[in-house]
Ligand binder design. Sequence first.
Ligand code: COA
Length: 169
Amino acid sequence: MSKLIHETVYVDENVKIGSNTRVWHFSHIMSGSVIGKDCVIGQNVLIGPDVKIGNKCKIQNNVSVYKGVTLEDGVFCGPSMVFTNIINPRALIEKKDEFRQTIVKKGAAIGANATIICGHTLGKYCMIGAGAVVTKDVPDYALMVGVPARLVGWVDKNGNKMVKMVKKK
Ligand SMILES: CC(C)(COP(=O)(O)OP(=O)(O)OC[C@H]1O[C@@H](n2cnc3c(N)ncnc32)[C@H](O)[C@@H]1OP(=O)(O)O)[C@@H](O)C(=O)NCCC(=O)NCCS
């Protein structure tokens, strides 16, 4: 199956979109961006410029994936979650050279309305609760919730909480 880009989507020059990826209404893919195959990009999503997104990612409505953010394969971005790329923004000062990188590793999931402060790495298959504000690196398989986000447990690849094994005597 080839890709499906809704007629209301703006795709700038020099963009690559993999096969079977769908992009829904009113989204904008900016130049230099590369999106893998089998992704679903929701409504009103901004990607780029120069952003790399892996295969099988799901980006829900109203998400902006700014320059400086990289999503590996299988990343889920919940509706209206927010990435950032400048740590101390000022409207009166140009800070385009100060973007901090955010890397979201394979299989990670970010809940609705969460905010990711730039300059951090979200580990493989981690789960960020709805509304969390991530201010630090997140370990692989970590479950993080709250403001600021705190480690409250661990999840498996299916997103289920892992229960501590208790040794029987
Ligand atoms: C974080 C999450 C995965 C936890 O799920 P869960 O383990 O089933 O959570 P529980 O309902 O058992 O709650 C356990 C505790 O965590 C708290 N909690 C759950 N989600 C929370 C969140 N996002 N932020 C802060 N606290 C949260 C609960 O209030 C509860 O606290 P308590 O023990 O003091 O009562 C889930 O709540 C969540 O936020 N999922 C993301 C949903 C989402 O955004 N989906 C996007 C696609 S629609």
